[in-house]
Design a binder for this molecule. Structure first.
Ligand SMILES: [Zn+2]
Length: 259
């Protein structure tokens, strides 16, 4: 791991001894199959705001909810068989009266651990005398069914491999050609700046200015991996959980082979 920014809920790491297929599997598992909680059903008691019920329901669905992934089950895996119970659902209620903005923080959750990640998310602005009253149900789901359940973004790039030959005739030009400052000038020679090396996005400017002395390749065994969370889970949890899901899929596969 070369970066773990808790403040931005982001991690990055180098994936080694892997293949493009494995890196892409991990990316897809993180974004599509790591479950989170999101509001799925909304029952309106009163809505005299300027927005239709459907628009408010859609907005509620997209509010990221802090997800305690160990305490909840996917409806299809729950003992209630998808009927809805306290193990697979969280209920919310909201009562607001205008004038004023209704924020996500006004959703009252039955489970104090499951609350909106960003309390200042606006839902609707109510005019004088306007009322909004509703009950909502959040369930665990996967990003492959609706992006509201996706825990965040995962992406990667092939790790750059830079080779510098000795005696580059135009070192200054090579250093200046790089938009992400991968090179430093040391004793009038080009040197790789180790702090910035991974920022290389293989644009090839350096090769264009010194084609006989700079070689730029991408590794198909090493990947620079980035994971960013929308807030429901930590970026670390997203990676850990995706690996568990992967392992379970492989176990299931083996079981079927042996059957
Ligand atoms: Zn259930």
């Amino acid at each position: 791991m070369f970066e773990n920014k808790k403040k931005y809920n982001r991690v990055s790491f180098i994936l080694t001894d892997a293949s493009p297929a494995f890196a892409n599997t991990l990316r897809r598992l993180i974004m599509d199959e790591v479950p989170t909680l999101a509001i799925e059903d909304v029952e309106f008691r009163k809505n005299t705001s300027v927005l239709y019920d459907e628009i408010i329901a859609h907005r509620l669905g997209l509010i990221p909810l802090a997800t305690d992934i160990d305490s909840y089950k996917l409806p299809e895996e729950c003992t209630c068989k998808g009927e809805g119970c306290s193990q697979c659902q969280v209920h919310f209620s909201l009562k607001a009266k205008g004038p004023g903005m209704v924020y996500a923080s006004e959703l009252v959750s039955k489970d104090p651990k499951i609350i909106p990640v960003f309390p200042k998310t606006p839902i609707v602005k109510l005019g004088k005398g306007q009322v909004l009253e509703l009950e909502a149900t959040a369930v665990l789901g996967k990003g492959q069914n609706h992006v509201k359940w996706s825990p965040g973004m995962a992406y990667y790039k092939y790790k750059p491999q830079i080779e510098l030959a000795k005696g580059i005739p135009n070192p200054k030009e090579v250093v200046q050609s790089c938009p992400v400052d991968v090179y430093d000038l040391k004793n009038n020679q080009v040197a790789i700046n180790k702090d910035n090396e991974l920022r290389c996005h293989l644009c090839g400017n350096c090769v264009d200015v010194a084609p006989n002395h700079v070689k730029l390749n991408e590794s198909d065994k090493e990947f620079v991996f980035f994971v960013e969370s929308w807030g429901q889970l930590s970026a670390k949890e997203m990676v850990e959980r995706s690996l568990e899901i992967f392992k379970k899929k492989l176990d299931d596969f083996c079981e079927h082979l042996n059957a």
